[in-house]
Write a protein that binds this ligand. Structure first.
Ligand SMILES: Cc1cc2nc3c(=O)[nH]c(=O)nc-3n(C[C@H](O)[C@H](O)[C@H](O)COP(=O)(O)OP(=O)(O)OC[C@H]3O[C@@H](n4cnc5c(N)ncnc54)[C@H](O)[C@@H]3O)c2cc1C
Ligand SMILES: NC(=O)c1ccc[n+]([C@@H]2O[C@H](COP(=O)([O-])OP(=O)(O)OC[C@H]3O[C@@H](n4cnc5c(N)ncnc54)[C@H](O)[C@@H]3O)[C@@H](O)[C@H]2O)c1
Length: 474
């Protein structure tokens, strides 16, 4: 039996960060991975989806060439197989290098097997493998697509983010179940490549966790991409009819398609680790429950990433990896744990235009602080010189601030490169800066970050910047 200070189960995004942090703090560390090091983000999530979105945006701009004074493109039709091959090459480039070797260089032992608990301190590798003991354990086993319980769906067959990046031919008609980030991003990709896409929404709109006005800008673009959005729609059953799939809707009506892509949320991977043997209890829907320091009900077992978190983003789960590792090593030293701080967590949906947000939306801020205690300042991209130059005038930058002192409590940016633009606000929020600090910072002309400067200028109580028109104030 091998003995370690810290054992990490799962090497997606959270696990490697946890292992490296614990090793850097001087602990002996073992990490287990049953499949591929890099997990969902590298192979079936962020990387291939963003590679395809980039290709889809370029293709959209090529087709819009005359808008930029360029000749109408009359070249070959899009080669779907080639674009998918590009996404797979991108995975190889991002994941380049031997991950196991880099763990070894960091002093971490890698075990390429499934780990399952035999008692609260010991796991077995694979079905009959070696046993490993650790004083502290960190669960980073991730999540998988949740498949809704719709009669006939399984028999008819459906795709998820786990299978879609292996497509070599583009289905002619695609129904996407779910209008969250996965449904919107992949729906837009396949529509721009030429498929007829329908997105089924159980609620009234896409991106329900985001600001309604910002999400509306994205839906308008999806409509321009000829995507049909079907709000408040329930699928009663699915049947296979020849080579086609038929979705029967509640209240009558059917949709016929060639592929169904399920993007309806996630389920935690808690089944394969034999948590019962460790005494770890699960919350509702099989999710792991942790406290503010990311500790499970068993004091020496912590959990980071999709398996337990509400914030299913690579940057957030990697942060949680660092927090759990710090707490595991602190526990070995008899020091108290630190709490995870979710005050500033950016979230970005990488559709074109992108939708980025951090902190409170205006609706949340009004509810939390009272309408008269907050200011909302919005600057539209169609008034921004850089956006006009780039032909990307959809969207706005919006800052939510405390009326009393201008402290920034939230922001939403929808528009080109919104995901990059939100970083300035994250830094401001983390550093306790207020809108005036951003408005008084010179931003290069003509750039997209001037939208943030202008929104901040509108949130500051007096006009500050002589160059920028005052933003429209809510
Ligand atoms: C299509 C899609 C696009 C996304 N795009 C973005 C994006 O643009 N930006 C962003 O921030 N986030 C994005 N996300 C979310 C992000 O990918 C996840 O939040 C993140 O990958 C979760 O990392 P994790 O380490 O918690 O889990 P995972 O990456 O799922 O890793 C868990 C690992 O644990 C292993 N494992 C499980 N059980 C065991 C066991 N018993 N023994 C050994 N190994 C085990 C698994 O094989 C897996 O490799 C996207 C997700 C999807 C699905
Ligand atoms: N850009 C990014 O950062 C990014 C991209 C993709 C995914 N992710 C992460 O992955 C997670 C999962 O994404 P997602 O889009 O699958 O989930 P989600 O939970 O965000 O959205 C799923 C949507 O599907 C709807 N839905 C569920 N069952 C349905 C049904 N039967 N019919 C119609 N609609 C149904 C839900 O109401 C919800 O609106 C997200 O929480 C996100 O954090 C992040």
């Amino acid at each position: 039996m091998q003995m370690f200070d810290v054992g990490v189960i799962g090497a997606g995004s959270a696990g490697p960060k946890a292992a490296r942090t614990a090793a850097r703090m001087g602990a002996s560390v073992v990490i287990f991975e049953e499949s591929r090091i890099g997990g969902e983000c590298l192979y079936t999530g962020c990387v291939p989806s963003k590679a395809l979105l980039h290709s889809a945006t370029l293709w959209n701009r090529i087709l819009r060439a005359p808008e930029f004074g360029l000749p109408q493109y009359e070249g070959a039709a899009l080669d779907f197989g080639a674009v998918m091959a590009h996404a797979r090459r991108t995975i190889e480039r991002v994941g380049a290098g031997d991950a196991t070797e880099s763990f070894t260089r960091a002093g971490i032992v890698t075990v390429c097997e499934r780990a399952s608990f035999v008692d609260p301190n010991t796991v077995i590798a694979g079905a009959h493998g070696e046993r490993y003991q650790a004083k502290q354990w960190i669960l980073c086993t991730g999540s998988r697509p949740s498949i809704p319980n719709i009669p006939g769906l399984e028999d008819a067959g459906c795709d998820t983010n786990r299978t879609v990046f292996g497509w070599t031919d583009l289905p002619r008609r695609i129904v996407v179940i779910g209008g969250g980030p996965i449904g919107c991003e992949l729906g837009q990709v396949f529509a721009r490549f030429g498929a007829q896409v329908t997105i089924i929404l159980s609620g009234s709109r896409i991106l329900e966790r985001d600001d309604a006005d910002a999400a509306c800008v994205v839906s308008e673009m999806l409509a321009k991409d000829r995507i049909e959005l079907r709000p408040k729609t329930t699928i009663e059953r699915v049947e296979r009819r020849g080579g086609e799939k038929v979705l029967h809707l509640r209240g009558g009506g059917e949709i016929v398609c060639d592929a169904i892509l399920v993007a309806a949320g996630r389920r935690s991977n808690t089944e394969g680790v034999n948590l019962e043997a460790a005494g770890v209890r699960l919350a509702e829907h099989g999710r792991l429950k942790t406290d503010g320091a990311l500790r499970t009900n068993v004091p020496h077992i912590w959990a980071a990433g999709d398996v337990a978190t509400e914030y299913k983003f690579t940057h957030a789960v990697s942060y949680e990896g660092a927090v759990t590792a710090t707490n595991a090593v602190n526990a070995l030293r008899g020091e108290p744990p630190i709490k995870a701080d979710y005050h500033v967590v950016p979230r970005v949906t990488y559709t074109d235009p992108e939708l980025a947000s951090v902190g409170l939306t205006p609706a949340m801020a009004r509810q939390t602080h009272g309408a008269e205690m907050i200011d909302v300042s919005r600057f539209p991209f169609d008034a921004l010189d850089r956006a006009i130059i780039d032909g990307a005038t959809e969207g706005f930058a919006q800052i939510v601030s405390r009326h009393e002192d201008g402290a920034i409590i939230g922001a939403q940016i929808v528009g080109e490169h919104a995901g990059s633009l939100i970083s300035e606000i994250c830094l401001a929020m983390r550093s306790g800066l207020c809108a005036a600090d951003i408005a008084l910072t010179m931003h290069a002309y003509p750039t997209l970050p001037e939208a943030v400067e202008a929104a901040a200028d509108g949130a500051a109580h007096a006009p500050l910047s002589p160059n920028i028109p005052r933003a429209m104030t809510d």
